[in-house]
Design a protein around this ligand. Structure first.
Ligand code: NOJ
Length: 740
């Protein structure tokens, strides 16, 4: 609009500098446009289809104004050709929005979101999103279906890879950083993408970790654990939300007016665009919630789902529902307004086309940032001193395993635009740096390979080496959407290969690249060191080799609890204490024959897995050691509307520089509802030179210590609390304070 005004004044040259439209200007322009639209054109704006290139049927739909947005169209010339149909040939000239699942990078692939979460570093996440936006917007993609902020407590769920883990505070902070990275400070800049916060809501609570499964989530849990990251992203100005596939307590999200309208729009005051998930409106028939597609369309519209992604529910039935009065014209206009508002915000009316000559991927600075993200995401789970490896001193390094040179698989899930030849693998990096010392024997063709044919060669390589680097893990396709696993051990014959390698009697370092926590506790016991890397993307090789060589000191911390056995799932650190917390664990082999029913002491644990994780939430070692002082509070009592300052000294007590994530946890000892044994409230990542002490300072408002009661009210209850500042969720000595 500003362009038009300036154009009338003969000032088009200034348009590049034009300030973004104000909300009021956008609202006026949207109202004006809606006033000119037919019902068919309105429904067209709500229709999102998957691209089919310049297929004549698609071109006609666009020219007739029957499509509002397209996903999966990434060729800039095609994008421009379609956009020309919309802008120059459709009656009202409304531009399309081009959307894509750009989840952890477009061409330069960053670690999967769960890996980025292991960095506990908002800058890493923000920068990754910024680079993704730069690359994807250069082909015309201005809307990404990311971030996914679904809390996941079950590693069987394949989509655990796509989120930030099990904790609401960590997921909130990183989700906000990702939104900021995509959207920047002005969405109308052509190198931004609108974020889409998904999947609203509770998708990660899928029963048994099976994708798309039913969820049962009491509202107090929904509000205290599953919704906070969504609320944080909404408050941060995320432009769009996507509803989820699952039903929550019987109501599919896409027809859940309470969730989408009453909570998201009314209670939170968020006024963006809600898109369905792919087919999630029409699938309400499968849920047994909608009699037919017409009813599904009605339920979607009433729930205030604005955009129909590949359901054909709105295109087939919305006009009729409006004609019959079941959906009012005001309701339809509100949906259309949300779409048009986004198009104005993105500046698409002024700049609908993409510069086909400006496409630029893999900038050296982007590759550097991707490598740093890998370095910050790598988690050292175990080290008996074999790491870091002095590659100058060792004579021969055996490199073994299916993930040592997996250009495709190290990229992880959700990389539709991968050009795998750009992936730099650990083997490539090791060969480049110390080629003469590297003896490579793959051992297994891929992660699921069960054949032992390569074992002999691998053992021989191990026998002739000073140290064995065993690159284990999962292929990319074993996690992500619709890729849940009921067995989360290392797949194929990887466990056996590790045992074979052990026979060489050489130090073994296992490097796991995976899309989820795997049950590797028994494998880890056999190894001298273990580094865990959630699929690291383009620069996994250089990043991980820098960690192995000590050029970079690992600082990643687990964003999820690692189970010892799959049967422990769901597993999360912020669980309740139960009436009989674990005590005096008796393992299955220690039970006497014909022992009495009460012989194990009747507390809460498994006879085979005991209690607790293999590795706790927040855990991760370093090549140095950190010591924590006792946390000091500005006051041992806080008013319910007050806050307390918590300070804690952290000392690097080792001999190399390193970074540490200082984590602040609390426990509300007694509540009107039973409270979790620990809850993360804040964290800071700090760097320390050897011998250096830094004082971390946290501001802890009492308002962050409340919870949702059974009336669905957020309450801060007076009472006694404990507080820890520590390097993981299982360490530290608590100090007491109270809300009074
Ligand atoms: C289905 C997935 O659940 C969602 O996350 C994704 O954005 C859409 N498909 C579009 O590809």
């Amino acid at each position: 609009m500003k362009k038009i005004l300036l154009g009338l004044l003969g000032l088009t040259a200034l348009t590049a500098m034009a300030a973004p439209l104000t909300e009021a200007e956008i609202d006026a322009a949207v109202a004006d446009l809606i006033g000119k639209m037919t019902v068919e054109e309105k429904v067209g704006q709500l229709n999102q289809l998957s691209g089919r290139g310049l297929d004549p049927g698609m071109v006609a739909l666009v020219a007739e104004g029957k499509v509002g947005s397209l996903l999966n169209e990434v060729d800039p010339a095609t994008v421009n050709a379609l956009q020309r149909q919309a802008v120059e040939n459709s009656r009202l000239g409304i531009p399309l929005i081009i959307a894509r699942d750009v989840i952890h990078g477009f061409k330069t692939i960053f670690p999967i979101p769960l890996g980025q979460a292991a960095s506990w570093n908002e800058d890493v996440v923000r920068q990754g999103a910024r680079i993704a936006a730069d690359e994807a917007s250069s082909v015309g993609v201005r809307w990404t279906f990311s971030p996914m902020v679904d809390i996941a407590r079950d590693a069987r769920w394949g989509r655990i890879a796509e989120g930030f883990g099990e904790d609401p505070v960590l997921a909130s902070r990183l989700g906000v950083a990702m939104v900021e990275g995509y959207q920047g400070d002005d969405l109308s800049k052509p190198n931004t993408m609108a974020a889409c916060v998904k999947h609203f809501a509770g998708y990660g609570a899928a029963e048994s970790g099976k994708d798309y499964n039913t969820t049962w989530i009491p509202e107090v849990l929904l509000r205290d654990v599953y919704l906070p990251p969504f609320k944080a992203a909404a408050d941060a100005g995320a432009a769009t939300f996507m509803c989820s596939f699952n039903d929550i307590n019987g109501v599919p999200s896409s027809g859940n007016r309470y969730l989408l309208h009453d909570i998201l729009r009314d209670e939170w005051g968020w006024n963006g665009l809600i898109v369905s998930d792919w087919g999630s409106i029409e699938q309400m028939r499968n849920h047994g919630f909608s009699r037919d597609l017409r009813e599904a369309a009605l339920q979607g519209a009433k729930a205030t789902v604005d955009v129909d992604m590949e359901n054909y529910a709105y295109t087939q039935h919305l006009a009729d529902l409006v004609a019959s009065g079941e959906v009012s014209m005001d309701e339809l206009d509100a949906m259309v307004a949300n779409v048009l508002r986004l198009k104005y915000k993105l500046g698409l009316f002024d700049n609908p086309y993409v510069d086909e000559t400006a496409v630029a991927f893999y900038a050296p600075a982007s590759l550097d940032a991707a490598r740093r993200a890998v370095e910050e995401s790598a988690i050292l789970l175990k080290n008996n001193g074999v790491l870091p490896i002095d590659f100058n001193a060792v004579k021969t390094v055996a490199v073994v395993g299916p993930m040592a040179d997996a250009q495709h698989d190290q990229a992880g899930t959700w990389v539709f635009d991968l050009e795998k030849e750009h992936s730099v693998t650990p083997l490539m990096t090791l060969n480049e740096k110390w080629g003469k010392k590297v003896k490579y024997a793959k051992g297994l063709a891929h992660s699921r390979d069960r054949k032992h044919d390569g074992f002999e060669e691998a053992l021989k390589a191990a026998q002739g080496a000073d140290v064995v680097l065993y690159f284990a893990g999962e292929e990319a396709v074993l996690s992500g959407e619709a890729h849940s696993r009921a067995d989360i051990n290392l797949p194929g014959a990887q466990k056996e290969l590790l045992r074979e390698l052990k026979m060489a009697g050489k130090p073994v370092v296992m490097i796991v690249q995976a899309g989820r926590p795997l049950t590797i506790a028994d494998d880890a016991e056999l190894c001298d060191a273990v580094v865990y890397l959630f699929h690291g993307g383009t620069m996994a090789g250089p990043g991980i080799v820098n960690v192995l060589s000590g050029e970079v000191n690992p600082s990643g911390k687990l964003p999820v609890s690692f189970p010892k056995m799959v049967g422990q799932l769901p597993l999360y650190y912020n669980h309740k204490n139960t009436g009989r917390p674990a005590e005096g664990i008796t393992y299955i082999d220690d039970i006497e024959l014909e022992a009495g029913q009460t012989s194990t002491g009747c507390t809460s644990f498994f006879l085979d897995a005991g209690d607790g994780p293999a590795f706790p939430f927040g855990y991760g070692l370093s090549y140095t050691t950190f010591e924590y002082g006792t946390p000091r509070l500005s006051s041992a009592e806080i008013a319910p509307d007050g806050s307390v300052t918590v300070v804690c000294d952290v000392t690097n007590s080792g001999s190399v520089a390193g970074s540490e994530v200082a984590q602040l946890y609390v426990r509300d000892l007694v509540g009107s509802l039973a409270r979790p044994v620990k809850e993360l409230k804040d964290f800071q990542k700090i760097s320390l030179q050897p011998g250096e002490t830094k004082t971390v300072v946290f501001n802890l408002p009492a308002s962050s210590l409340g919870f949702t009661n059974l009336k669905n009210e957020y309450v801060v209850e007076p009472g006694d609390f404990q507080l820890w500042v520590a390097g993981d969720s299982a360490s530290g000595t608590p100090v007491a304070f109270a809300i009074k």
